[in-house]
Design a protein around this ligand. Structure first.
Ligand SMILES: O=P(O)(O)OC[C@H]1O[C@H](O)[C@H](O)[C@@H](O)[C@@H]1O
Length: 259
């Protein structure tokens, strides 16, 4: 169930769910002490756009782009038998040539988020982006992420050194990796298994900061999340030509519903 849809003035950039008090099985994590807006919110699914990390065109733009710090408006909500569909767009123009919008379809068993980028300008543009999902987990350093075995990755904690994933990934400490992968995953935290599928993305970013915490993340809850991000990064930037559009999507499903 959707408990929290950050749109409008009170929550600008994260798109996600937060368990209601007393609800243990929310899929997404949100910091209990968010920064005052327009600070960035750690939690939900921040929209990193029109660049991922520090990959702005001049190298001086804010980390993860301008979209997550922008104000978004609710363009429409469709209630359906099987859930709810929500459409969002930024209230201001965030890029000279590119325009983003977000569509969320949520039900009790499935969360699907689409980030659609349209090129309305005149010159080809390089786009990097991410749906920076914060999964709520029992303990970040006791998670298993299935589906990355054999994938090449860049280790951001080791100056982007290259390596290949040996076997399935068991998260046992801080990590910050860009995997070259478009494969579906299963996140298993020992208590539940969430299937993670995606579209329009050949990079999967896996991040947990360990004890090097962002200022809005209290130490006593810092092991309650693991970020697994559907992304387009320096590994797979998208070159959009005028008139083209790009779809980046992630779909989260309880594994048993697929059987
Ligand atoms: O602190 P933030 O700007 O929200 O970024 C949080 C993290 O996001 C991504 O996962 C990057 O790979 C990390 O390098 C970064 O630290």
């Amino acid at each position: 169930m959707l408990h929290y849809l950050p749109c409008g003035p009170e929550a600008k950039q994260a798109v996600g769910t937060q368990p209601a008090p007393g609800t243990e099985n929310g899929w997404l994590w949100v910091t209990p002490s968010p920064q005052t807006l327009p600070g960035t919110i750690r939690g939900g699914i921040p929209v990193c756009w029109p660049w991922f990390a520090d990959e702005s065109p001049d190298g001086r733009g804010p980390m993860h782009g301008t979209a997550r710090q922008a104000e978004w408006r609710l363009d429409g909500v469709d209630d359906e038998d099987e859930g709810v569909e929500v459409h969002l767009s930024p209230t201001t123009r965030l890029d000279e040539q590119l325009t983003p919008r977000v569509m969320i379809h949520a039900s009790a068993r499935r969360l699907h988020v689409e980030l659609i980028t349209e090129h309305r300008g005149e010159k080809p543009v390089k786009l990097t982006a991410a749906l920076h999902t914060y999964f709520a987990v029992a303990h970040a350093h006791q998670c298993r992420l299935e589906g990355l075995a054999g994938a090449r990755y860049l280790d951001k904690r080791q100056d982007f050194s290259e390596a290949h994933q040996q076997g399935e990934l068991g998260v046992r400490g801080p990590l910050d990796r860009i995997y070259e992968s478009n494969r579906p995953l299963v996140l298993d935290d020992g208590e539940r298994r969430i299937k993670i599928a995606k579209q329009g993305s050949d990079s999967t970013v896996v991040w947990h900061p360990g004890s090097e915490l962002p200022s809005d993340t209290p130490a006593d809850v810092s092991h309650g999340f693991l970020c697994v991000e559907a992304a387009c990064t320096r590994v797979d930037p998208v070159w959009l030509v005028p008139g083209a559009q790009h779809l980046l999507a992630t779909t989260l499903t309880r594994e048993e519903t697929l059987q």
